[in-house]
Write a protein that binds this ligand. Structure first.
Ligand SMILES: [Mg+2]
Length: 547
């Protein structure tokens, strides 16, 4: 260990030199004439101890380094902010030996405590505090560039803890960390920020685009089934990615990755999302974005676009899906994935959801008055909306107020929502079903459904997610989609294929028995006025055919 002496009195120098010589000590004694020289010595190597007289104390009154205070007489009270002290009146080599040993132990203990405070005890990787330190250091070292930060959140981890217990939850976390580590290379870092929240620091200095490749591999690795107590289970995950720039500070980078993570959360299954500047350019914080959305709701800056659904058998438009858009003053028309996750998190989804339903019912009525024919109106309902105890009563009131026949109303629910098995969800669903409202299961195939559970709920349609429909090609492996369709039919459900973009896909899906299709091939989502035009053209075309 190096000792740095900071004292004007020559006695201390002589005493210490003599004592160290008589102890045959290995310690190196350095002399500093002033505070800057001492701090330069101290900063240059680890395991350095400062020995200083009180008059050299910095203005703060505390020495920032491990320090032994050199006093002339025994103090009345133990001095603060130092490891130990030596008293010139009672100085001996033996006293120095004990004092140095004590200081060394105190420093080692301090280092261990510091390490423990920065480490996750279960996984041994850095915790939130440790990661903060790490992030600051890495950003400084990289000059802010050549680094990407990933924030990862497991989607249904709490359910594992609830159903299988915390020990199983811990074992699952260890598996997750092992999979994460397997995707990283030397120079990358991983940390556990919370129960089911992780951070990845990806070194992109040598290879641009590496972070995106790592993100691909990470979500793929985490999507594989996990084995716990002989049972297999799947977890969804959302990874948000943000690249550091020359002037990014740690908090800013964490915030950008957090925004991206919320966007990834809008999609089901295991997904990642790269921070998009356009989406968040003017909102400096989530609170800002929340405030803006609150105002947008009040000022009617939201609009609904309607995407038609085509019936395969009759070739007619039989339904519409209402999709919300936010006409943002500076950022243009925002799609749901750009603000719905935030609305879900903040609880704004509840008033927003009612706005959507109310507007859809109004437009439904106006379409009917204009003779648009019999159309099912489908509205997306999120799990969070079921947590509102007023949901059923409010829906009943809205339906009554608009004078809409509930048989033409449909709610699209995601697998995650219906799989929560909560009594509230199934209770509300059956009460609405009694009114005549029907339900469809949205994005089918991307979540985790139990068919036993599905068959007990009043669901009439199953919407096959675009990601499966994309894979439908002539001569391709269409077995999965075919199986989904026949399974749905077996359960007495109709099938809607989402995201149909090519005529060849339509032909194949028709052959597989899909009942309805939705997608750009039929029409993109349209504002009400354009939808009216679209529907009247469809009607004309039809009457020409039948004439
Ligand atoms: Mg939908």
């Amino acid at each position: 260990m190096r000792l740095v002496l900071l004292a004007d009195e020559p006695e201390w120098r002589e005493r210490l030199q003599a004592a160290l010589a008589s102890l045959r000590s290995q310690h190196v004694l350095l002399f500093a004439k002033d505070w800057p020289t001492a701090t330069a010595y101290l900063a240059e190597a680890g395991h350095t101890l400062l020995l200083a007289t009180p008059r050299h104390r910095p203005a703060s009154g505390r020495f920032p380094w491990p320090t032994i205070l050199l006093l002339d007489t025994e103090p009345d009270e133990a001095p603060e902010g130092v490891v130990d002290w030596l008293n010139g009146a009672h100085f001996s080599p033996e006293v120095l030996r004990r004092c140095l040993r004590y200081a060394r132990e105190r420093c080692a203990l301090h280092a261990t405590l510091q390490r423990l405070a920065q480490q996750d005890p279960l996984t041994g990787i850095a915790n939130r505090q440790g990661f903060q330190t790490l992030l600051e250091a890495e950003l400084a070292e990289h000059d802010g560039e050549g680094l990407a930060l990933g924030l990862l959140d497991l989607d249904n981890f709490r359910r594992v803890n609830d159903t299988l217990g915390h020990q199983a939850g811990d074992r699952l976390i260890l598996q997750v960390v092992a999979r994460l580590k397997a995707q990283l290379e030397v120079g990358d870092r991983v940390a556990r920020l919370g129960g089911d929240e992780f951070a990845l620091l990806i070194d992109t200095a040598q290879r641009a685009g590496r972070a995106e490749k790592v993100a691909d591999r990470v979500v793929e690795a985490l999507a594989e089934p996990y084995w716990l107590d002989g049972e297999s289970l799947m977890l969804g995950c959302s990874l948000g990615l943000a690249h550091a720039k020359a002037d990014t500070d740690p908090d800013q980078l964490l915030w950008l990755a957090q925004v991206a993570m919320r966007q990834a959360k809008a999609r089901q299954g295991c997904t990642w999302y790269l921070y998009n500047e356009r989406v968040n350019r003017s909102a400096s914080s989530l609170a800002d974005l929340e405030g803006e959305l609150r105002r947008a709701l009040r000022r009617d800056d939201l609009e609904l676009h309607y995407q038609p659904r085509l019936c395969m058998e009759t070739g007619r438009i039989v339904g519409l899906e209402a999709l919300v858009r936010w006409r943002h003053a500076s950022r243009g028309l925002l799609a749901p994935n750009e603000f719905i996750p935030m609305a879900e998190e903040s609880g704004l989804i509840v008033p927003l959801g009612y706005w959507v339903i109310s507007r859809a019912l109004r437009d439904m009525q106006s379409l009917r008055e204009k003779g648009a024919g019999e159309l099912h109106m489908a509205v997306n309902l999120s799990f969070r909306q079921f947590q509102d105890s007023q949901l059923l009563a409010t829906l009943q009131r809205l339906i009554e107020e608009r004078g809409v026949d509930p048989h033409w109303l449909e709610f699209e629910l995601t697998e995650t929502a219906v799989m929560r098995r909560s009594d509230q969800v199934s209770g509300t669903m059956s009460a609405l079903a009694k009114l005549g409202v029907r339900f469809s299961l949205d994005d089918f195939g991307t979540g985790f459904s139990s068919f036993v559970h599905l068959s007990r709920l009043p669901i009439s349609l199953l919407k096959i997610d675009k990601s499966f429909v994309d894979g439908v090609t002539a001569g391709g492996d269409n077995g999965l989609v075919q199986a989904m369709i026949s399974l749905a039919h077996e359960l007495g459900l109709e099938v809607v294929a989402e995201g149909v973009e090519q005529a060849a896909q339509l032909k194949l899906l028709e052959g597989f028995g899909a009942n309805q299709v939705q997608g750009y091939l039929i029409s993109k989502p349209l504002p009400l006025a354009e939808l009216e035009k679209y529907l009247s053209q469809q009607n004309k075309a039809e009457s020409v055919v039948s004439a």
